[in-house]
Design a protein around this ligand. Structure first.
Ligand code: HEM
Length: 114
């Protein structure tokens, strides 16, 4: 079970890197690129799976921290999805891309510092 949990932590870190790295890569001309969109989707999924794995192995879960992270992650995903949909209609919105990247960075800080 430890290996499975570690595997999902790895996927969770790759998802974080995809969003933050993707955001940095497009910093000069912000737009939603696939790593940002798929990274945002992956974070919600891998995060929830991690909570399930921690509960299943009776490890303590900080519910307040997880609750805040879930709300922030849903906001990241919403910004990425709406930004992507608007881009398809030629209505690029750099603010949504910066919000997705900035909030993902905030969630990384919450994960490490809380
Ligand atoms: C943009 C969204 C997210 C980012 C950037 C993010 C980032 C991170 C990072 C960097 C870690 C590793 C921290 C460490 O090992 O010290 C982590 C761990 C964790 N995250 Fe997230 N996270 C996000 C969303 C979520 C969501 C939505 C959930 C659950 C609802 C979640 C649940 C967890 C859990 C349970 C761990 C701890 C795993 C362990 O015990 O080692 N995360 N997150």
């Amino acid at each position: 079970m430890d290996f499975v949990k570690d595997l999902f932590v790895l996927l969770h870190l790759v998802g974080m890197a995809a969003i933050v790295g993707g955001w940095i890569a497009v910093a000069r001309a912000p737009k939603v690129i696939p790593p940002i969109l798929w990274g945002a989707r992956a974070q919600v999924l891998t995060g929830l799976i991690l909570v399930g794995l921690l509960e299943a192995t009776d490890e303590t879960v900080n519910n307040a921290k997880i609750g805040v992270k879930l709300v922030v992650a849903l906001a990241v995903a919403a910004c990425a999805e709406i930004g992507n949909a608007r881009q398809k209609r030629d209505e690029a919105n750099p603010m949504l891309v910066n919000a997705a990247g900035g909030l993902a960075l905030l969630n990384t800080a919450i994960a490490v510092l809380w």
